[in-house]
Structures are given as structure tokens and as C-alpha cells.
Ligand binder design. Structure first.
Ligand SMILES: [Zn+2]
Length: 263
């Protein structure tokens, strides 16, 4: 699933396609793929933002489109709206002939249109942006003290940190040497501080590798160019101590960690 670095890179790539022409129409694969599309017609895309794993297309006249890429989505610009591949599930046609398309093989991504007054309510469940000023070690510690969940599930909760998902939560816990099963509330202040800086290091490093990946042609999977230490590496040696990386089910997903150096 695209996490913060991937969604951020998508936003940056879209910004490079400005200035935008007016939206003249929209299309969708099924009604749930895009809701309220008619509200976009006649408006211009004025800015592209990101909040957590959401993309926000700010439109003229006080509306915005919220785009969630889910598992396999990508939002990009096609030079000709008529040349859409079959995996395009929703699109906005522009009056210069281009199109902004949600290319999404698994068709789980969603676009919805909202007036700007709804923005705060829509993203109320999201915690601080990890690359923003609100995400401090003190805020992370306060959050850890309030939860009864194991560290990995707490970290993946979008209310803890916005934009962190399975891959980068696992990598940050590895860097901070924290066992993903350990209750977050038990982590000392020192370990939380270590985790806080690990999250920043992992996300910044992932962002750099994702940006580089987007400059190459062809399809792209999240985490593909990021040098993962544990994620997806079950049975392979831990790059720090050589022990076999373990995979366990946690919250319906796989968690990868080193049983020897994560305590
Ligand atoms: Zn290890």
C-alpha cells in the first residue's frame, strides 16, 4: 500500500504538471470509485496537497477532491484523455485534452468531492504529520502512554502518526530495536525518543528513494527501491545481527522483525 513517501512523491509529480486547465468532465469505473464527480466539472485544480495517505486536489471555488490510493492506486496525468489504459478506474478530463487519472489495477482506490468546510471533519481522525512540526518525541510519548496496543499496531494507527503503514512502521521499529509485540505504553522515554528519530530517518530515506524511482520509466511498487531491513524478508538474515527475520500475524497483516535485536 502506498504510504506517506509514495503519496508525497505522487503529489510532487502532479504539481510538476501544473498549470492546470479546467476540468470538463469525469468518468468512473463504478459509482463507488468516485463520488460527487459532477462538483469538479468547470473547476480548475489550484494546488495538490497531501494529508496522511490522502491526496488533496484543491479546486477553484472552494471545493477539493480527496483521493485515497488504497493498495495499488496511482494518480497521474495522461497527455490524452482518450488513451486511458484499462486499469484507469476514474478520471477528470481537462479542456487542454489531458486527463488526471486514477490508475489502479485492484480498483480499491477512491475519489470523493467535498466543499472545503468539510476538510477538518474529514481528516479529524488523523494524527500529526510525521514530517511536520507537531510530530515531536513528547507527542509520541504522550500517545504511547494512552494506548493498550502493541507497538506495531499503535504505530500503524493513523491517529498516532499520519501516513505510516506496514512497511515503514516495521522498518522504524527495527531501527529503534523495539519488539513490535511490546505494549507501546511500556516503552521508556528514551526508547520513544529513539523511535521518533527512527521514524524520521526511515521516512526521509524512503522519500529520497521513491523520488528517484519516479524518475525512471515504467511501473513502480511501493518500497521497491527502499533498502528494507526486515519487511518482506522472512527467514533471511537480519542486516544487523544475522539472525533470521521472523514473520508473525498482527492485526490481520504480516509483521516482520528480528527476534534477536528487537526487544
Ligand atoms: Zn537482528
Amino acid at each position: 500500500m502506498p504510504e506517506l513517501p509514495e503519496v508525497q512523491a505522487v503529489a510532487e509529480r502532479l504539481r510538476a504538471a501544473a498549470p492546470w486547465a479546467r476540468i470538463t468532465g469525469f468518468g468512473r469505473f463504478r459509482s463507488t470509485t468516485m463520488t460527487g464527480g459532477r462538483h469538479a466539472v468547470g473547476r480548475r485544480i489550484e494546488a495538490v496537497d497531501r494529508r496522511g495517505k490522502n491526496l488533496i486536489l484543491r479546486l477553484s471555488g472552494g471545493w477539493f477532491a480527496r483521493v485515497h490510493l488504497k493498495m495499488t492506486g496511482d494518480l497521474r496525468v495522461l497527455p490524452d484523455a482518450r488513451l486511458r489504459p484499462q486499469t484507469v478506474r476514474a478520471w477528470f478530463a481537462l479542456d487542454d485534452g489531458r486527463a488526471v487519472v486514477l490508475d489502479d489495477p485492484r480498483a480499491l482506490g477512491r475519489i470523493s468531492l467535498h466543499p472545503e468546510q468539510e476538510e477538518q471533519e474529514l481528516f479529524r481522525h488523523l494524527g500529526p504529520e510525521p514530517l511536520g512540526p507537531e510530530f515531536t518525541a513528547a507527542a509520541l510519548l504522550a500517545s504511547a502512554r494512552r494506548t493498550a496496543r502493541p507497538a506495531k499496531l499503535w504505530l500503524m494507527d493513523q491517529a498516532t502518526v499520519a501516513g505510516l503503514g506496514n512497511i515503514y512502521a516495521a522498518e522504524a521499529l527495527f531501527e529503534a530495536r523495539i519488539d513490535p509485540r511490546r505494549p507501546a505504553a511500556q516503552l521508556s522515554r528514551q526508547r520513544i525518543e529513539r523511535l521518533h528519530s527512527a521514524i524520521l530517518r526511515v521516512l526521509n530515506s524512503a522519500l529520497a528513494s521513491v523520488r528517484a524511482a519516479y524518475e525512471r520509466p515504467g511501473a513502480f511498487t511501493e518500497g521497491e527501491f527502499y533498502p528494507v531491513a526486515v519487511y518482506g524478508r522472512e527467514g533471511r538474515p537480519c542486516p544487523r545481527c544475522g539472525a533470521a527475520v521472523r514473520r508473525i500475524p498482527q492485526g490481520g497483516r504480516s509483521t516482520y522483525y528480528c527476534p534477536k535485536c528487537q526487544k
